[in-house]
Design a protein around this ligand. Structure first.
Ligand code: SF4
Length: 713
């Protein structure tokens, strides 16, 4: 029997609609859903090739336990019982902080998974929660909180309606126009905008080759100097009085302090720091301010730098002083599916836990990933002894990978919930097989306000789960039960779910109960969504209703110079060359055919990019006598990798780019990925010294390294 089922992709934020052809219970094709009102026919190569993941012979389809250094197949009952017993024992003997959880990108797009993993930790009383937010995006959110008073007030760029688009540290064609935002039709929108005369300027240390077709001008910049570049733009705009005076007077505070903070960053000073010519700084500033409908965005290139929070601060302020926040053609604020709750009064706030290592306060209910290894390695009360990893791969995504390896090795208990025995799972005691997204009922991700338009979609499972794999909802359900915790730590939901189970209901009914619970107070109900299988745009895109109303600052103003940022801005220091011939600044990058550490075991995607590399400029290659394809050694203060050199004209001299998410050198189940493993640039990243001071986010961009011809072992 052949069926065509409507669903959506859940690899990245875009949530593209798909039509899946299923023949006798097996997926044979994934095509774009042209009737999906959000994605309208967009589907990238990862979504098309996803059946290769579903039917990957290397996929884990039953629970396994480590026995005598090998894997033993076990049943679900045994796995959950043993894990539950060991967790209970650890909590009893060492306290709740002994248990930590990492909720990875694989869980982020399945709300029950993320919620259950997070609430499990809360239920047992452990603050030790980690996620990829503190690898890439947290600095942006921290800056939103500083300037706008709310880290969820994320501006969505108006790709289709802006007249001027300043894109810093991003490569939209490889990221599908997304960093947290749901923007599947970005390419179509920006093409139309350019036909109407809009201008796109990109600023990166590496020319974003994949996005040059939508770029009018590209400016090379010295890595980690974005904050100085944007302060240079603000300097010009304020000196020439090009700012939106009415908007600033109505909605902003701190203008005079801002003037003082940017006063030194004249175009000439900005050129000396960033490498961007002074006349370009002036031109970009004038064009941006005069565009009347412009946005500046700073993606991972900025937020993953050592001063990422302040880099993002400068960009939000640039948008604010030109009147482009909450304005058509500028940045839009989606009210989200669930209206945000008012902040608790200071007197009602609970004490915020502080990490044992480096004294980070819990932020967004999480500690930074950069401290996990030391929290495991450092003895004493509260030492982490057990880690539950849900849909993630810290071994390839956390800084100072060599240290993390030692830490994972030392854990008393490591449990991974994943589709594969991935690199992290090679250190695990148990690996529990999760379904893919086509094997579970689901609601599209934007439960937080990041969608290009107010949109949501529900999809039933397309096929039955393969082997013994289970949804994370079912897996955590069993774990909660084993430890006597009500589902979602909520007795009312537990009661409803138990009644459904006793009535013989399956995962579909349980899933409905859980989503109804999670969507409590939402602007659209699950029943309404089910009546719109292609997805539902449930509201108008509106402007002028977020600022000032949704600002979280006490005075309902946009804080151009937040008090907590002022002194750190004054103390900002540009990176200083160390004078050595082979000294470089490391940046990371990604490919469209992969998603962080994932999709390197899919044959069609491996045909696109087979392995990562160390990309350096032809100028540097000539200087150091390095040929394209030759091995080079890249050394930092904390580690060393040996990679193939890629010599190109697309990267600034003095910069080396190594795509992240690679280094498949462990005994994983992913045989294809292991054939050409690539290298893990996180071996080079310091987990202590160069982290962002506000968030602890490691500097995957901006680390000093030394590149040597040949493989130095
Ligand atoms: S853009 Fe994202 S959601 Fe859309 S098909 Fe590609 S990976 Fe899937």
């Amino acid at each position: 029997m052949i069926e065509r089922k409507i669903s959506f992709c859940r690899i990245c934020e875009c949530s593209c609609g798909v039509v899946v052809t299923v023949e006798d219970g097996r997926i044979v094709q994934v095509e774009p859903d042209r009737e999906n009102p959000l994605s309208a026919g967009h589907l990238c190569i990862k979504g098309k090739c996803f059946p290769e993941v579903v039917y990957d012979p290397d996929r884990l389809l039953h629970p396994v336990k480590r026995v005598d250094g090998g894997w033993q197949r076990i049943g679900w009952a045994q796995a959950i019982d043993e894990i539950g017993e060991r967790l209970a024992h650890l909590i009893d003997s060492n306290g709740a902080r002994a248990v930590a959880g990492y909720i990875g990108g694989g869980a982020a797009f399945y709300p029950p998974s993320w919620q259950l993993a997070a609430r499990f930790l809360r239920a047992i009383g452990s603050p030790n929660r980690f996620s990829p937010a503190t690898i890439d995006a947290i600095n942006w959110l921290r800056a939103c909180e500083g300037v706008l008073g709310d880290r969820a007030l994320i501006g969505i760029p108006e790709w289709g309606d802006a007249k001027y688009m300043l894109v810093i540290g991003a490569n939209p064609l490889t990221t599908n126009f997304s960093m947290l935002q749901v923007m599947p039709r970005g390419l179509e929108l920006v093409r139309k905008a350019r036909q109407r005369g809009a201008k796109v300027v990109m600023v990166n240390p590496r020319r974003p080759v994949e996005s040059m077709g939508i770029t009018d001008e590209h400016l090379f910049i010295v890595p980690s100097t974005d904050v100085f570049f944007v302060m240079g733009l603000i300097n010009v705009i304020l000196r020439e009085a090009l700012h939106d005076k009415e908007y600033v007077a109505s909605y902003c505070s701190g203008l005079e302090t801002l003037r003082e903070l940017v006063a030194d960053y004249t175009p000439e000073a900005t050129e000396r720091i960033t490498g961007i010519p002074a006349d370009k700084v002036v031109q970009v500033a004038r064009d941006f301010a005069r565009a009347r409908g412009a946005f500046a965005i700073a993606h991972t290139g900025v937020s993953m730098a050592p001063n990422g929070t302040l880099g993002e601060w400068a960009v939000i302020v640039l948008n604010a002083i030109t009147g482009n926040l909450d304005r058509p053609g500028g940045l839009y604020f989606d009210p989200g599916i669930i209206p945000s709750k008012p902040k608790a009064a200071p007197s009602e706030r609970r004490p915020v836990p502080v990490s044992r290592v480096r004294d980070y306060r819990l932020y967004g209910s999480e500690f930074p990933c950069s401290i996990l290894a030391d929290e495991i390695l450092m003895p004493g009360e509260g030492q982490i002894r057990a880690l539950i990893v849900t849909g993630g791969n810290p071994m390839l995504s956390f800084p100072n990978a060599n240290k993390l390896e030692r830490a994972l090795d030392q854990l008393d208990l490591l449990v991974c919930i994943d589709r594969y025995v991935n690199e992290t799972a090679t250190f695990a005691d148990y690996v529990l097989p999760a379904t893919t997204f086509f094997e579970r009922p689901d609601v599209s991700w934007p439960l937080t306000p990041t969608s290009a338009v107010p949109f949501l979609q529900w999809a039933d499972r397309v096929i039955e789960p393969l082997g013994e794999s289970k949804t994370e909802l079912e897996i955590f359900r069993m774990l909660y039960q084993r430890l006597g915790i009500p589902l979602m730590n909520h007795p009312g939901l537990e009661e409803e779910v138990r009644a459904a189970e006793e009535a013989g209901e399956g995962i579909e009914a349980i899933s409905d109960l859980v989503f109804t619970f999670l969507m409590g107070g939402a602007r659209v109900s699950l029943d309404e969504l089910k009546q719109h299988p292609h997805g539902l745009i449930f509201g108008e895109k509106t402007f002028g209703q977020s600022i000032p109303d949704r600002l979280g600052t006490p005075d309902k103003k946009i804080h151009l110079a937040p008090e907590e940022f002022v002194e750190p801005i004054r103390q900002l220091e540009p990176p200083v060359p160390d004078g050595q011939d082979n000294s470089f600044i490391l940046i990371c990058r990604r490919f469209l055919s992969s998603f962080n550490t994932s999709y390197h075991n899919a044959p069609s995607l491996r045909k696109v990019i087979d392995e990562n590399f160390a990309e350096i400029s032809a100028h540097d290659a000539g200087r150091l006598d390095i040929a394209d394809g030759e091995y080079v050694t890249v050394q930092s203060k904390v580690g060393r990798v040996i990679a193939k050199a890629k010599v190109s004209d697309d990267i600034a001299p003095g910069v080396v780019a190594i795509p992240h998410g690679w280094g498949h050198v462990y005994e994983t189940s992913q045989r294809l990925a292991r054939q050409t493993p690539g290298v893990n640039p996180n071996v080079l990243i310091d987990d202590e010294a160069s982290c962002d001071p506000f968030t602890g986010n490691p500097a995957q961009n901006g680390t000093r390294v030394w590149v040597t011809k040949g493989a130095v072992v």
